[in-house]
Ligand binder design. Structure first.
Ligand code: GAL
Length: 660
């Protein structure tokens, strides 16, 4: 188990490094990430490299048992790069180049920037390949900079389209350019979609794909060099959880494992929204279908101008356990010491500006020591979920481009259902549309706006063979080009879901809401918001109907027996959590997935493998709570409050138990 911090030796005088390394060692830290913003320190002038300071820092760290992951430093360019090659600066929608002095502001199609990037990466890799204290690499930092609208990107986009479509005829058809008389007769005529709210949605979707590909290609340039020169080192990247401007599946493909940066503290009130960070972790695990690392874990109040609240006692440890429970095998806090200079002066670390080890350091130290104790048992384990969510970047993009209804945020709609599962102790995988569904008892496919026929057929076959599928409003609407299907909704899934939707509507005025009446299996009265499908049941039975005069004969939620499985459909968005809890319970029951009765605020997860099953119980609340524990379970950490099959968890408490 690697546990440590993001460290910036270049921010401090070398005399301090020994103290830092000693404190790290005392905390049980055995890894740091270094240098991802230190390009100017390593290549102070074009072609002149100086790694001497980093050699020294690595030596000090190494003597204290702290290994290093080096970041390729292309997330922030030195001043000379911009001065010599002004075209490397990204160009905004207004045609103006961005100003230098902020990070993540390069053009990804710039040949000069790609070459400069390859050169610094090659120089670093050649220099550090034999350093026994370097164990791996992080490519760049948080890919996903601003889109660039320069001439080079325009040309590259046109070539990308030409490669994809082969002919203008195919492009005109795929983008539906007969609309508004937009047919093009030369590649150069194709515009860059500067306004997603007005440009052709199919064009916007391809532009989004193209930009994602540019980032992936930029990373691939670096990986080629790292693989060749440093074959023994691992390569990872620090992803951003639910950030979705890039296709993260593509970005993860050639990495050894995924890492991500988790800053959950500012999301709502203390103890609120606890499942967003779980969902993000599951997305991260789903990118490669394997465990991941935390490359930056929140260590204190943070912000670039104003900052948010501090982690409360126990919270830093709890945040770490939530991630380990979802598959984190590395834990790195951001950052070691709060910096006294620059934009991140208030991005607070485990040490204060004064260099003193704070309460937060002590809590990270305790967590590190527990994680080392758990490490041999965690080895070979991961989350083995029976339920999956189809998580699709193309649908997320298409929804942003043309949402259909206000507040239609694809990820939020998934999170609502996902949270219902987490509240009942059910683990879920987040999988790409290309995944094999057959190993799951239930598949949730909410807000899956883009539905290629092949995918619809695979989902249909999954249900027929005994799977349980959940589908909802605005799913399956468009094909992969972003054109609406020429079929009555839900298209090729009509048989599996047993419904037909000819009419639908959205409510621009948030005061409009329809009454929803649950059936005996989904008891209660609820209120819809923002969106409504007028769902006609064909073979499906109603689980909920609308309590509105004009929707007589239409229903809101259905269940359909199809082949050996079931298809569930929800035609509206509903206020509050209760409805989603009840509906998720119906889906899970049909799938035969066991649920747990948990006190509100306690999250339960299981990591299994290598003949072991480890139960994680995490109290997100500031109340002391009692969680039932299966017979024979043995507490490994945090089990002080275990008595008679019940575990008392203090505020932000977390425990790991080995199941019998
Ligand atoms: C992260 C980034 C870090 C650091 C932090 C605070 O997103 O990866 O390098 O800059 O934000 O701004």
């Amino acid at each position: 188990m690697r546990v440590g911090v993001d460290y910036y030796p270049e921010h401090w005088s070398p005399e301090r490094w020994e103290t830092d390394a000693r404190l790290m060692k005392e905390a049980g830290f055995n890894v740091v990430r270094l240098a991802e913003f230190a390009w100017a320190d390593m290549e102070p002038e074009e072609g002149r490299f100086d790694f001497s300071w980093l050699d020294k820092a690595l030596d000090v760290l190494g003597r204290n048992g702290v290994a290093a992951i080096l970041g390729t430093p292309t997330g922030a360019m030195p001043a000379w790069v911009k001065e010599r090659y002004p075209e490397v600066m990204a160009t905004g929608k207004d045609g103006k180049r961005l100003e230098w002095g902020v990070r993540k502001n390069n053009c990804f199609s710039s040949g000069a920037y790609r070459l400069l990037s390859e050169r610094i990466v090659a120089a670093m890799a050649s220099h550090f390949k034999g350093n026994p204290n370097v164990i791996g690499w992080q490519t760049d930092n948080e890919f996903g900079g601003p889109q660039c609208f320069c001439l080079s990107c325009r040309d590259s986009f046109h070539s990308w389209l030409r490669r994809k479509y082969g002919s203008l005829e195919a492009l005109n058809k795929a983008h539906g350019l007969h609309f508004w008389g937009q047919k093009v007769s030369a590649w150069s005529q194709i515009p860059l979609p500067v306004d997603y709210g007005a440009h052709n949605p199919s064009l916007c979707l391809d532009w989004q794909r193209f930009n994602s590909d540019l980032n992936v290609r930029f990373q691939a340039d670096q990986l080629r060099i790292l693989r060749e020169l440093c074959p023994k080192h691992f390569a990872t990247h620090n992803f951003m959880g639910l950030f979705s401007d890039l296709n993260y599946y593509d970005l993860a493909k050639d990495l050894d494992f995924v890492s991500w940066d988790n800053y959950p503290v500012d999301e709502g009130l203390p103890g609120e929204f606890p499942y967003r960070a779980s969902m993000a972790a599951d997305v991260m695990r789903g990118l490669k279908g394997k465990n991941f690392w935390i490359m930056e874990q929140t260590a204190g109040p943070h912000g670039w101008g104003t900052y948010g609240r501090n982690v409360r006692p126990g919270e830093l440890r709890k945040i770490a356990y939530q991630q380990v429970s979802r598959g984190a095998d590395g834990m790195i806090w951001f950052r070691w010491r709060s910096c006294t200079a620059g934009r991140e002066q208030y991005w607070h670390g485990l040490l204060g500006h004064d260099g003193k080890a704070l309460r937060r350091y002590e809590e990270a130290k305790l967590t590190a020591q527990e994680l080392h104790k758990l490490a041999p048992l965690l080895e070979g384990t991961t989350v083995e979920a029976k339920v999956a969510f189809v998580y699709d970047y193309e649908s997320i993009w298409a929804t942003q481009i043309q949402p259909g209804f206000k507040e239609n945020y694809a990820k939020e709609r998934a999170l609502r259902l996902y949270s219902a599962l987490r509240r009942s102790g059910v683990d879920a995988d987040m999988i790409p549309p290309s995944a094999d569904f057959s190993k799951y008892s239930a598949v949730f496919a909410p807000a899956l706006y883009i539905m290629p026929d092949a995918l619809a057929k695979r989902l249909d076959a999954y249900v027929k063979a005994g799977g349980v599928l959940f589908f909802n409003g605005r799913s399956g609407v468009k094909d992969e080009s972003g054109l609406c299907h020429e079929r009555t909704l839900p298209g090729l899934l009509s048989d599996a879901l047993g419904v037909s939707i000819e009419e639908y509507e959205a409510f621009n005025d948030s005061r409009i809401s329809y009454k929803i009446r649950g059936s005996a299996e989904l008891p209660g009265e609820y209120a819809s918001k923002r969106y409504c499908d007028w769902v006609k049941p064909l073979s499906a039975e109603a689980l909920a109907s609308y309590g509105e005069w004009h929707l007589d004969g239409y229903v809101a939620a259905t269940r359909n027996r199809y082949g050996k499985g079931f298809g569930f459909y929800l035609g509206c968005e509903v206020d509050g959590d209760a409805f989603y809890d009840a509906l998720a319970a119906c889906v899970l029951k049909a799938a035969g997935v066991e649920t747990l009765k948990l006190p509100e605020g306690v999250e339960a997860s299981v990591r299994s493998g290598a003949g072991r099953r480890l139960l994680f119980l995490v109290n997100h609340s500031e109340k002391e709570l009692q969680a039932p524990v299966p017979a024979g379970a043995k507490a490994l950490v945090g089990g002080e409050g275990l008595k008679d099959g019940v575990l008392g968890l203090g505020r932000y408490g977390a425990a790991v138990l080995r199941l019998a």
